[in-house]
Every structure is written in structure tokens, then in C-alpha cells.
Design a protein around this ligand. Structure first.
Ligand SMILES: [Zn+2]
Ligand SMILES: [Zn+2]
Length: 284
């Protein structure tokens, strides 16, 4: 089975109000099905929702760069209740859709994050590291990267991802080597950092996402790199598949390549979730 467990109902520019409707979810399900994905999960970004202001306010209010200032202005405008209700309605109409959310891991905000998440019937929660401190690493190669120490950025990114896994807040770790998005590479081998993340994921029971989104970014590769995926396999960490689509026509895009990478790494199954309980289903 091929699943697409990571997608957004709106583009990242927050240019207009979100369209959280079953009709829009149906479009994503249809496009995903054409690409072979029989089940989808909607995973809107947490900063869209007023409820997540206590988690994201500090980071977004201080984040640098025009794009992030715009994000900040347009964040916290939606209601998590309305979002959840739209996905549940789509489910009730028989669409093969799961209710999820993509949540930033912000150190120090674990407790409030846990409290918000506990109030909703999510099928699974995706955890992401998009920020090192107040630096949004995946926004633009012009933000933070020109002055960055790339070696250090990699270390900090993977340390945060390891902490995210250990927090126990998340069922899935998203795009597990996002730090490579614009093609920056460290001067040292990544084996130790990879292994620390894989160990933390195993110990916390989180699955790792194989994301096709990186194929369409400057780096031009799946997240994670083969070396990290092998490490996940060796440690016994299960996987999910996700396109990270931000438009219906991108749902399911590239997932056959993600599934192929999983098989090449040794995986025979992918993870499905229902009410935050994982089960393994045969890949393919
Ligand atoms: Zn993300
Ligand atoms: Zn995403």
C-alpha cells in the first residue's frame, strides 16, 4: 500500500484564508489516488492556528527575513476546531483521509504542545524541525545561510531532531534531513548524527517519514538521504510516506520513488495510523 501522510490544504505564503473544506480534501485524495496513494493524511502547519500561539509566538515574532515577517502576520488566524471538523466531515463522507497536524518542535514548549494536542482526535501527529532558534532554515537560501556555519547548522539541526524524537510528542518525524534543502553540505561524515536520531526515534516509538518533497527542491533528493534511511532500518524504525503537497495537484507526487527507496533500504511495510495507534501494512 502507498500512503500520502503529509500535505497542506494551502500554499505556504498564507496569501489567503485557508480553505478547510471536505470538497478541497476530496481534490487532494483524487490526485493522490492517481499517483497510487490509497490513503491520505492532512497535516496543516500548527502556526496557522490561534491555539498554537503559545508554542510559536516567541519564535515567529523574532524570526528574521521578510518571508517570516509575513508568515508571522498571517499566523494564528485559523481555528483548530474548524480545521479538525472539516477533516472529520471528509472522513464521515467516506474519503480515505486521516486527521493530522504538522507541529514544530520548539524546545521548552513541550508541555503546552502536549496539552493542545491532547484535546483533538488526531490519527497521528507529525513533528518537524524548521527552526534553529529563530532561524527558519528552510525558508530561503538567502535567510541565515549566507552567514551560517554549515557544519554547526547540521549539528544543531540533528540535535533538535533527536530531542524532538525523545520528547515523545510525535508519531512521525517529518523530512528528517531538511537541513540539506538548499544543497549545503557539512565537511564531516554524518553517521554519528544519523545514528543518534535513529536511536532516539526507536526508543520513542516514532516513525520516520520518507518525503518526496526534496526531489523538487534545490537539493533534488528524497528526505532522508539513503544513509539515514539505512540507519532507520537498522535500528528498526518504521517509515511513512509523504509528498508534503501544498496544492492538490502535488498530492502523491514522487511517492513511487519514496516507496522504491524504502524497499531498497530493506523495508517491506509502511505505517498506517488510526487514533495515534500505528499498524504496519505491506508496501507497494
Ligand atoms: Zn515541514
Ligand atoms: Zn509540511
Amino acid at each position: 500500500m502507498i500512503l500520502d501522510y503529509h500535505m497542506h490544504l494551502e500554499a505556504d505564503d498564507h496569501g489567503e484564508r485557508c480553505r478547510f473544506t471536505p470538497e478541497r480534501i476530496r481534490l487532494y485524495a483524487e490526485h493522490a489516488r492517481v499517483q497510487g496513494a490509497r490513503e491520505i493524511g492532512i497535516s496543516e502547519h500548527c502556526n496557522r492556528f490561534a491555539e498554537f500561539r503559545p508554542v510559536m509566538e516567541d519564535v515567529l515574532s523574532q524570526a528574521e527575513g521578510e518571508e517570516l515577517e509575513a508568515w508571522y502576520r498571517l499566523s494564528f488566524r485559523e481555528s483548530l476546531d474548524a480545521y479538525v471538523e472539516a477533516v472529520l466531515r471528509a472522513k464521515a463522507e467516506g474519503l480515505p483521509v486521516k486527521l493530522s497536524i504538522e507541529v514544530d518542535y520548539i524546545p521548552g514548549k513541550e508541555k503546552v504542545t502536549r496539552e493542545i494536542l491532547a484535546r483533538y482526535p488526531f490519527d497521528y501527529v507529525i513533528g518537524s524541525v524548521h527552526f534553529i532558534g529563530t532561524w527558519g532554515i528552510d525558508v530561503s537560501p538567502e535567510i541565515g545561510w549566507p552567514e551560517a556555519d554549515v557544519d554547526r547548522a547540521y549539528q544543531e539541526y540533528f540535535r533538535l531532531l533527536e530531542q524532538a524524537a525523545r520528547s515523545g510528542l510525535f508519531d512521525i518525524l517529518a523530512h528528517p534531513d531538511l537541513v540539506k534543502k538548499f544543497g549545503h553540505r557539512p565537511s564531516y561524515p554524518l553517521d554519528e548524527l544519523y545514528d543518534a536520531v535513529a536511536r532516539a526515534a526507536k526508543e520513542s516509538g516514532a516513525a520516520a517519514e520518507i518525503s518526496s518533497a526534496g526531489l523538487y527542491k534545490p537539493v533534488g533528493e528524497l528526505y532522508p538521504a539513503p544513509g539515514l534511511l539505512e540507519r532507520f532500518f537498522d535500528r528498526g524504525v518504521p517509515v511513512t510516506l509523504g509528498s508534503d503537497a501544498h496544492a492538490p495537484e502535488h498530492a502523491g507526487r514522487g511517492l513511487h520513488r519514496a516507496a522504491k527507496a524504502a524497499a531498497e533500504a530493506g523495508y517491506r511495510t509502511v505505517t498506517r495510523f488510526d487514533g495515534r495507534r500505528p499498524t504496519q501494512v505491506e508496501l507497494g
